[in-house]
Ligand binder design. Structure first.
Ligand code: CO
Length: 633
């Protein structure tokens, strides 16, 4: 039987044997379920214990690689799961001995949200190599590859794989326009080749890349370079599968997919339909569909533990806003959450409208962690706090750093007026730098070693504290039994989940007497079943916050007329800059509050003396919480 050519793929013969050989030039597949998969749809909450049952099975599939670390995992694991991030690599390595491990590394930002000094960067990458990472997907939010220098040096020294990454960004609905056009990406690929990239990745974290743009881009890249090309896209906009298929037709070498239970929505296309679609073609992956299905079955068993993280308020599994606004899905949900917590969800359209302008003023940067948060939160601030004739009235610390050049070079120059305003009184100086940011940063490890010498037992602990001093310290005191592990970071069993679901069902159906007790975007129920007490929280997007002291206009000063300094937004306290008894002037920074990964300096509402400090570093506070009391003179 003879087959016609199908599109640009050759059809040879269809061999249904699950153990058929792969094609001569098979599409290589990296599975990302255990990193980007659960990060995208389950808020990165996947636990190692739920990965172990499928680890060996996945190792047997023949994936090109398995991405299982990096990105948000490091942060979430120690902060919310009471898991040592380093331990996950070592544990999974015991079960996965054949397949390469891959991690996502934010260049000089590592797995944090700012540029770290070279000594921290070197120690981190070295320990990632030692613990078992084989492939480093290195990206920089600004596509400023000077931020790769130090990590690449260590990766190469260890003979590991350096995947040079270009963040895909748009200003129009399709590739093109003045900034993010084909020439931009080809030029970036050339720079990566010069840096010695083993593979080149197009990282489309927002699911923006349209099928024909992917086709043209991959074709052009394949003509320009012999380095294998890897495409990373998300399903978010609904184009993911179409895009992968056109990329395969254009000759892409490696793609990212998820196992079905972790696929689609803001995650990735699923591997299973792709394997079948390519069966018998000259790009046949050779993967065994039966074995994949067995993994799916095993994975489904633990999904109930995570399902409540799934945003399923809408029926649609695609996000048309991504097509409309070209902004990452994760950034959108952050904006929505932030506005909701500030009781200003009605401002969402204004934020969308203001976003392109703010982004342009801040140098038309790609929108990926952390720039997506930096631009997003500044836009929210502008919409909420700016008055007629005054722009950027409330500038976040990160925007100041960006304006100073601490993240690197922006795609276009930053608006001069904005830059000047941001750098007024900036502690590092009012003139922005042009050098590689890492050159400016003093070594950080010596101080960390000193500060955490009683707590950190080895270099892995020290690097954790260098990246996350506040939550890292908290984690280590759980790890070494100095503090009790709070219930909310302990793992749940499937029985716990069933019990909760039953209670929620009863509470919602009115079978139990309920009492609203907690001001948040959740409804909390005090529930008694057979004499046992439970506090059940149900996500309630319509719930209004109660007990707020400030109204929207007063939030700017974050205080009230009694001298109380209030949290203007929910967040975590990073540090108190003053102590009880200190004399302060109105406008002095008293507290640094982290909200949505951004640091906000909260200033004294009046001159006076600090009388009370109600919290400590590491505490989570809700909006309106009284952080300290300043008695005015
Ligand atoms: Co991604």
């Amino acid at each position: 039987m003879k087959f016609d050519k199908h599109g640009v793929l050759e059809m040879t013969k269809i061999n249904y044997d699950p153990a058929r050989p792969k094609a001569k030039n098979p599409i290589k597949i990296q599975d990302v379920s255990l990193r980007d998969g659960h990060q995208s749809i389950f808020a990165t909450r996947g636990r190692t214990e739920d990965m172990i049952p499928v680890a060996k099975m996945m190792d047997d599939i023949g994936f090109y690689s398995i991405e299982m670390w990096g990105g948000a995992t490091f942060d979430v694991m120690h902060r919310f799961l009471n898991e040592d991030p380093w331990e996950r690599i070592r544990t999974l390595k015991k079960y996965m001995t054949k397949t390469q491990f891959s991690m996502l590394l934010r260049g000089q930002n590592l797995v944090g949200y700012r540029n770290y000094a070279d000594d921290v960067v070197e120690a981190f990458v070295q320990r990632a190599c030692d613990n078992g990472i084989d492939i480093f997907r290195v990206f920089d939010a600004l596509n400023d590859f000077r931020n790769f220098q130090t990590v690449v040096k260590v990766i190469k020294k260890n003979n590991k794989h350096f995947q040079g990454t270009i963040c895909y960004s748009l200003t129009e609905p399709r590739m093109g326009g003045e900034t993010y056009n084909l020439e931009y990406y080809l030029e970036k690929a050339k720079q990566l080749e010069e840096l010695g990239a083993d593979t080149i990745c197009i990282k489309d974290m927002a699911g923006l890349i349209a099928p024909y743009d992917a086709y043209n881009l991959i074709k052009a890249l394949k003509e320009q370079t012999d380095i294998p090309i890897h495409l990373h896209t998300h399903f978010t906009s609904g184009m993911g599968d179409l895009t992968l298929f056109k990329a395969i037709e254009a000759g892409v070498d490696i793609i990212d997919t998820c196992m079905a239970p972790y696929a689609y929505r803001t995650s990735h296309p699923a591997v299973e339909p792709l394997v079948i679609s390519l069966l018998g073609t000259n790009r046949d992956s050779g993967l065994d569909i039966k074995k994949l299905a067995e993994i799916d079955k095993e994975m489904e068993k633990v999904i109930p533990k995570y399902k409540h993280f799934l945003n399923d308020t809408k029926n649609a599994i695609i996000d048309t806003n991504v097509i409309l606004h070209q902004t990452p899905g994760g950034m959108l949900s952050n904006l929505v959450n932030q506005l909701r917590q500030m009781d200003a969800l009605d401002k969402l359209d204004e934020v969308f409208e203001a976003l392109p302008k703010v982004r342009k003023q801040l140098g038309q940067v790609p929108l990926v962690t952390p720039t997506s948060q930096i631009v997003g939160i500044q836009t929210v601030n502008n919409v909420l706090f700016d008055k007629e004739g005054e722009e950027f009235s409330n500038i976040t610390e990160q925007v100041k750093d960006l304006c100073f050049g601490l993240y690197g070079k922006t795609t276009l120059p930053i608006d001069e007026k904005v830059q000047k305003k941001a750098l007024k009184g900036y502690p590092r100086g009012e003139t922005p730098i042009t050098a590689r940011p890492g050159d400016l940063l003093e070594p950080e490890l010596p101080n960390i070693k000193k500060e955490f010498k009683d707590l950190a037992k080895d270099i892995d602990d020290e690097v954790l504290c260098a990246l996350y001093p506040v939550t890292g310290k908290k984690f280590l005191s759980w790890k070494y039994g100095l503090e009790d592990v709070p219930d909310d970071v302990k793992p749940k069993t499937l029985e716990d989940v069933q019990k909760e679901q039953e209670l929620v069902r009863k509470a919602l159906s009115g079978e139990l007497t309920t009492k609203k007790v907690k001001p948040a975007n959740t409804k909390a129920f005090d529930v008694f079943v057979d004499g046992e007490y439970f506090n059940v929280e149900v996500a309630d997007p319509n719930a209004k916050q109660m007990g707020m002291v400030v109204n929207k206009k007063e939030e700017i000063v974050a205080g009230d007329d009694t001298g109380n300094l209030l949290a203007p937004i929910p967040g975590m306290i990073i540090e108190y800059k003053k102590k009880v008894g200190d004399e302060v002037k109105a406008g002095d920074t008293i507290v640094v509050l982290e909200a949505m990964k951004m640091f906000n300096n909260l200033d004294a509402p009046c001159d006076g003396v600090v009388k009370n400090i109600n919290h400590k570093a590491g505490d989570s506070v809700s909006k309106g919480a009284i952080l300290c009391y300043i008695e005015s003179k």
